[in-house]
Design a protein around this ligand. Sequence first.
Ligand SMILES: Cc1ncc(COP(=O)(O)O)c(C=O)c1O
Length: 406
Amino acid sequence: MKPEKAMPEDFSKSSPGPNWSTLAVHAGEEHEKARSALTDPVFLTSTYSFADSDSLLKFIVEKQPREEYARYGNPLEKTAERKLAALENAADAVLYASGMTAIAGLLLGKLRAGDEIVLIDECYLRTRDLCLETLPRFGITTRLVPACDYAALEAAISPATRLIFGELPTNPHLSVLDLERIAALGQRRGVETAIDATLATPYNIRPLDYGIDYVLHSCTKYFGGHNDLLAGVVLGSREKMEPLRNFRGLLGLMGSPQVAHLLLRGLKTFELRIERHNANGQAVAEFLAGHPRIETVYYPGLSSHPQHELARRTMRGCGGVVTFTVKNADWRQTADVVDAVRVPHIAPSLGGVESLIEQPLVLSYYDYSPEQRRQWNIPDNMIRLACGIENAEDLIADLNQALEVH
Ligand SMILES: Cc1ncc(COP(=O)(O)O)c(C=O)c1O
């Protein structure tokens, strides 16, 4: 299924789409709030009382929409879910305590012993760990396929396959999946599809518009946007979200009202921030691509990227994450470049206002053998830069001086 609105010819800001900032500021909120507060009040309560047994019965029998016990939800988390659903063009959303909780909430809430999933192998390493190391304990098997190999994807589907799971763009290699193809394959073979679009955000692409069944995000990243919270979300149809919401309530996989407050506050500036992340990512990628010390730049906004045309057709921008390798550098010389950078902090994560930089070998893949790092295409000279919202010229000048270091 094609999105209703024509996709842009290029990454231009004037391309059609919803009025993102109006949605980000107002969607999901009640106009009249408790005590006439302008912003949504934070209710710090673990339980909710009933006036009498009749009102309790009314809630139970008529399924009246109200709060009951905080493990099943709180008003602010519901506001955040409605706002995220509006941004993602989804009927419903289920908020979780972290991105990983959202992924686990989907996989464990949906799959049972004997089921298989097909995982596109280029992805956040903890997602792969969860699928390869934890799910087998519950009798669930994962088949890995390389990113963008659609023949391998189709061949990996068996009668036991329940879900195809991929990332867009992939972390940290920034490959761009063809969602129309994946959704069509899933529909043809009767297999549901899920896309972790954390690195894209709905501003850049909305997978549900392509017929994907579930879209997931680590809200820790661009949605929260300020490197100050952990949260995750799964979005899709009401019918598909209902069992996930029940499973979340059973285990209490949700975050706190304070986190929902921070998330809602971060979301107000969603469009402004993502436009800047996109612009910074593109400018930094172009600078690195022209630098003599750089070997490869992984960024879909560059014409050299293998899926550049697909990105141009389907995405409004490519986000703030730029991955690159330093020419003829061993791990130490690469670490010297990371250490010489002054503006970004050396830290995991991405999508916040502060730029963050890391060498995957040192940060996330240290415990992996050289063979495993080769298998997952993590060379020693790879750096991932998550551009924040600083001024692009400062980020570029900083990288330029850091690349002088030998
Ligand atoms: C693509 C992607 N998905 C999921 C996650 C996990 O999110 P969280 O750290 O909020 O659990 C991350 C974290 O880096 C990520 O990059």
